[in-house]
Design a protein around this ligand. Structure first.
Ligand code: AMP
Length: 231
């Protein structure tokens, strides 16, 4: 199955992707993560996208789609060599109509289709609050919040001891640009997927565990899939 987690920056997509992926035995494709690791790795692609990323703008569709297709091919390869994941959860992709079209074609070419789109709804003022307080471990990616969930020792990751920093695109200017971009470029996708009967809305302005439960239930209700063993 192929499920998109959709929501503005700060809605909790990254956190929920990790939790839901584990619960439902899915692989994830998180384009923001893919770009951050390309930037960190200093690859040609990383250098190409760094400035765009830091300004909070969208990376061009062709680059983004190529990266997603590469991941889909890798997952297909892993499946043919014995991997048993039950599908893919998309975090932060698609973000434009062009990307949505490309995803449809990519799935169609592989004989598959989109199963569901889960839209995480959070009011804008809460998003700004969350994003300006967000900090992230530069080594393992664990997400913190200076107010609601700080690391135990100042700027040091509880999980791996890495340094906890503010993302370059979490500055107030970049945050407000990213939220505007979401309204213009990405929100119309929710309408489009709604018209196809694919969207389930989840209230994201609740405790993390409750949101996870709602997302898992929403996906299970559309697929009838049993939760992964070990729950
Ligand atoms: P995220 O971690 O999802 O908030 O993404 C961080 C940044 O990566 C965005 O502000 C964009 O610069 C870039 N990015 C992530 N996903 C996409 C996408 N689907 N299309 C274009 N740019 C993206």
């Amino acid at each position: 199955m192929h499920v998109i987690l959709m929501g503005p920056q700060g809605s909790g997509k990254g956190t929920q992707t990790e939790r839901v992926r584990t619960r439902l035995n899915l692989a994830s494709i998180a384009t923001g993560e893919l770009f951050r690791s390309a930037i960190k790795g200093g690859t040609g692609l990383g250098r190409q996208i760094q400035a765009v990323y830091d300004r909070g703008e969208l990376v061009p569709d062709d680059l983004t789609v190529a990266l997603v297709e590469e991941r889909l091919d890798k997952l297909a390869q892993e499946r043919s060599s014995g991997s048993t994941v039950d599908g893919v959860l998309y975090d932060g992709f698609p973000r434009t109509i062009g990307q949505a079209d490309a995803l449809r074609q990519a799935l169609c070419a592989r004989g598959e289709e989109l199963t569901a789109v889960v839209a995480i709804d959070v009011p804008r003022e809460r998003l700004i609050e969350r994003l300006s307080g967000r900090r992230v471990c530069s080594t393992c990616g664990r997400v913190y919040n200076v107010v609601s969930d700080p690391p135990k020792a100042d700027s040091i990751c509880d999980v791996c001891g890495g340094s906890v920093i503010q993302r370059a695109d979490d500055t107030p200017e970049a945050v407000s640009k990213r939220l505007d971009l979401y309204d213009v470029e990405t929100a119309p996708l929710v309408d489009r997927y709604s018209n196809q009967g694919l969207v389930i809305h989840v209230d994201g302005d609740r405790p993390i565990d409750e949101v996870t439960e709602s997302i898992v239930e929403a996906i299970q209700s559309t697929t009838g899939l049993a939760a992964a063993s070990g729950r």
